[in-house]
Each structure stands twice: as structure tokens, then as C-alpha cells.
Design a protein around this ligand. Structure first.
Ligand SMILES: Cc1ncc(COP(=O)(O)O)c(C=O)c1O
Length: 435
């Protein structure tokens, strides 16, 4: 049996009731503030988003017809295009700035069942036992547990919120330099980062690339929360000022993964991708993919292509950036009101915030985050994700919880009201973390 660790944030097992979190808790949460997707949309919502060109305020040609053109009732349901339709792959390629000449259209993209499969295929295809990888941390557990299961040695490049200066991402490139070894094969980034919502600036990415180039290291960047840049100055879809993807900086030895799940509100269609300027990387991943996935559903491919066509994609991202800003403003009010026990680095992008809770008065020690989350959900129905349980059992994360702040606005309003009640009635009895 493959020696892969339990996926703490997701896994449910009838044999082991400890460890799982999302699966067990989301079924009975009244106020789910643990979700990492922007509030999901239906096909009907998508058709409405396709109906108006927001920039010229004019109606577009019949969106129902266009959807029907992509998901044709008379199309025979064969395996379809093995790597994903060229329409979908081109629309994904168009999400990137191709002026750096690194990514070249549909052939640079491989469609997968979500970013989770894109990440898995990249790691499975490019790593060997004995390789060394460096992983930005904390992050989605898949990104360090899969390399470990493949026999790679893993070093964690740790987020330190207290770092002064820098680009606000809490990462120190000098530290990364010190982690590189002779057998370092891959640097794994998660940009924007789950759970902190931090973003790596252009300058930091260029420094990472310069180290990778000097040591011939592949960079794998999980960009599943891209392009939800809601809180960086001079960024956002409305002014085209987004920070770059790893694909846009002229380095060929890279893979970026992405998905329709998070910034595009369509987790249910299970469409993700990996993209790389190097044909050998795409071919290696396509070759391993043959053993697990012949193709992604034609229907899902059609919905994804429809969502990524203009003006739908522009309207969808605008909706989500606005929702993220509106909800984050409410969360920021909460953090400010409770600043005697609560602290954070405000997220710049993505859908999650990593917030630390401390006991009142005295030494203000971090609370036991698992106990806090359990009691909060039992008493008030509010679901968070405990940091120490789900992002590695490190004392660094004692007292941290991950909050997903881009559900429907009313969910946020009601969830924060219930959280405030808990703070008034029960918070004082939450124990400090054992460190
Ligand atoms: C960083 C990161 N990568 C990948 C995934 C998987 O996303 P998908 O739904 O596209 O498979 C997640 C889901 O939470 C995530 O947070």
C-alpha cells in the first residue's frame, strides 16, 4: 500500500474519526465559513452572466444559444477530445499574458479533473524517489504529502507573518536559497496562498526564478485562487493590474495549475488544468494521465468553455471580486472589534483568511483551535477550519483558524452575528493550546 498521509482537511474514514474536518463538519454547519470556493453559480446564473456586455451595457447574442452550441443535445457522448477541447484550452491560455512568449496557446494546456488532479499529475510525473523538493508552507496538504509519498525529501519554506518589509507574503527568499540542495528538483508554490491569502510579488517571483534557473529546478505553482485579486492596490480585473502568474516571467521550466472551482465558482464541473511552456512537461503529464483519466467529460468541458468566454468570464470575476471585497470588509470589522484577542495579516487575494485567536488578558496565549472550532460549531453552527489540525501539527499554527470569506453575502452576515454571540457568551471558557 502506498504510504500517503491522511488528508487532514478533507478526509473521512469510517475507521478513524480523528483527523477529518471538512467532510464531517460541513454536513451540519448552519453558517459555513470554511468553504474555499467563491459562492457557487448554477448554469442559469452563468447564462444570466453571459447576457450583458458590462463594459458597453449592451445585450449579447442569445446566451442560451451559445451554451447550446457548446453542450449540444445531439452530440454523441464519446470520450471527446483527449487533452480537453481546443476551445477550452485556448480560453485557458488566454487567461495568461502571453507577451513574455512563454506560454503558447492551447498546446500549452492539459485539462484535468480539478486542480487536485493537475497537482497530482505534475508531482507524479516529474518527481522520483530521492529527489528533494521545497514547498511554500502552510498550504494545501497535497502539495507536500504527495511528494513525500513518492519518496521525495521535503523541506518547508515557512511563512513568517512577523517578517518586516518584503512583499507582505511573509516569505524570505534568503531562507529559500539556504534550503536548496544538490538534489533539489522542484520548488512548489501556492500563489495566492491557501490559507493566508498572501500573494507573491513580481519581484519575489523573479528572485525565485533566478535561483531556480541557476540550479535547474522546476517550479510548480498552484495558482488555483488566481485571478481573485481583491485587496492589492491597483489590481483587479477592472484595471488589468494583476501580479504575474509564474507562466508570465520568461522561465520555461515551470508548471502552473488552475481550476474553475475557486475564482470561477464552478467546483461542481470538476474542470482544472496544468499549463507549461515546455512540451516535454505537458507530454509527461499527459502520458501519466492516460492511466487515470481518458478524458474529462464533454459536458463539463462545454460548461467550462462557456464560462471562460467573454463577457461571461469578465462578469463572473467582477461578481466574485466585489463579493470578496464586501465580505472581507465585514470580517475586517470583526477583527478590529476583537483586536485584544484576534490578529491576522489581511488577505490580499483568494478566498481564505488565516486568523489567530488568543485567550483574554494575562499572557494572551493562543487558544486551542480545535476545541474553539468544535465549540463554535456545536453552540452556534459556525464552521471554521482549525489551523493546527489541518495545516500540519506545528506550534506555529496554534490558535489559528482558516475562514472562507467568499460565500453568499448573507451567509457571512449571519455567520459573523453568530460568532459575535459566541465571543460574548462562551469565548472566555475556550482553553489555551497545549504547546
Ligand atoms: C491550493 C489548492 N489547490 C488545489 C485545490 C483543489 O481544487 P479543485 O477543486 O480544482 O480540485 C484546492 C482546494 O481547496 C486548494 O486549496
Amino acid at each position: 500500500m502506498v504510504n500517503v498521509k491522511k488528508f487532514e482537511v478533507e478526509q473521512a474514514s469510517p475507521h478513524n474519526q480523528e483527523g477529518k474536518w471538512m467532510d464531517e463538519h460541513e454536513t451540519w454547519a448552519t453558517h459555513n465559513l470554511a468553504e474555499t470556493c467563491c459562492a457557487s453559480v448554477s448554469l442559469q446564473d452563468l447564462i444570466a452572466l453571459a447576457a450583458v456586455d458590462a463594459d458597453s451595457a449592451t445585450a449579447t447574442t442569445d446566451p442560451d444559444q451559445r451554451m447550446a452550441g457548446l453542450i449540444n443535445y445531439t452530440t454523441k457522448q464519446t470520450y471527446g477530445s483527449i487533452r480537453g477541447s481546443s476551445t477550452l484550452r485556448s480560453r485557458i491560455a488566454d487567461l495568461y499574458d502571453t507577451t513574455a512568449g512563454t506560454i503558447g496557446g492551447a498546446n500549452s494546456v492539459l485539462i484535468t479533473n480539478g486542480a487536485i488532479q493537475a497537482n497530482f499529475l505534475t508531482l507524479y510525473s516529474l518527481l522520483c524517489p530521492g529527489d528533494h523538493v521545497i514547498v511554500q508552507y502552510p498550504t494545501y496538504q497535497q502539495l507536500y504529502s504527495v511528494p513525500e509519498s513518492l519518496g521525495a525529501e521535503v523541506s518547508l519554506w515557512k511563512w513568517r507573518p512577523e517578517i518586516e518589509g518584503g512583499d507582505g507574503s511573509g516569505l524570505d527568499v534568503q531562507e529559500l536559497r539556504g534550503l536548496i540542495r544538490e538534489n533539489t528538483r522542484m520548488i512548489i508554490l501556492n500563489n495566492p496562498q491557501n490559507p493566508t491569502g498572501a500573494v507573491l510579488s513580481r519581484r519575489t517571483l523573479e528572485e525565485i526564478i533566478s535561483l531556480a534557473r541557476a540550479h535547474n529546478i522546476t517550479i510548480h505553482s498552484d495558482e488555483v485562487y488566481r485571478p481573485l485579486f481583491h485587496s492589492l492596490p491597483e489590481s483587479g480585473p477592472e484595471n488589468g493590474g494583476n501580479p504575474p502568474s509564474i507562466l508570465e516571467l520568461g522561465y520555461g521550466n515551470v508548471v502552473a495549475t488552475g481550476s474553475l472551482s475557486k475564482a470561477f465558482s464552478l467546483a461542481g464541473i470538476r474542470v482544472g488544468w496544468l499549463a507549461s511552456p515546455r512540451a516535454e512537461i505537458i507530454d509527461a503529464c499527459a502520458s501519466s494521465r492516460h492511466y487515470t483519466t481518458i478524458s474529462v467529460s464533454q459536458v463539463d468541458d462545454g460548461v467550462a468553455a462557456f464560462a471562460l468566454a467573454k463577457p461571461t468570464v469578465v462578469n463572473l470575476l467582477r461578481r466574485n471580486v466585489e463579493l470578496a471585497r464586501r465580505n472581507l470588509a465585514l470580517l475586517a470589522e470583526f477583527v478590529d472589534e476583537f483586536k485584544h484577542v484576534v490578529s491576522w495579516v489581511k488577505p490580499a487575494a483568494g478566498t481564505t483568511a488565516f486568523i489567530r485567536f488568543r485567550t483574554k488578558g494575562g499572557s494572551g496565549e493562543p487558544v486551542d483551535d480545535v476545541e474553539f472550532c468544535k465549540r463554535l460549531q456545536e453552540r452556534k453552527g459556525v464552521m471554521f477550519v482549525p489551523g493546527r489540525r489541518c495545516f500540519g501539527d506545528s506550534v506555529d499554527f496554534a490558535g489559528y483558524v482558516r475562514v472562507g470569506f467568499v460565500p453568499e453575502h448573507q451567509v457571512m452576515v449571519d455567520g459573523l452575528r453568530a460568532l459575535r454571540e459566541f465571543m460574548a457568551e462562551e469565548y472566555d471558557s475556550v482553553p489555551a493550546a497545549a504547546v
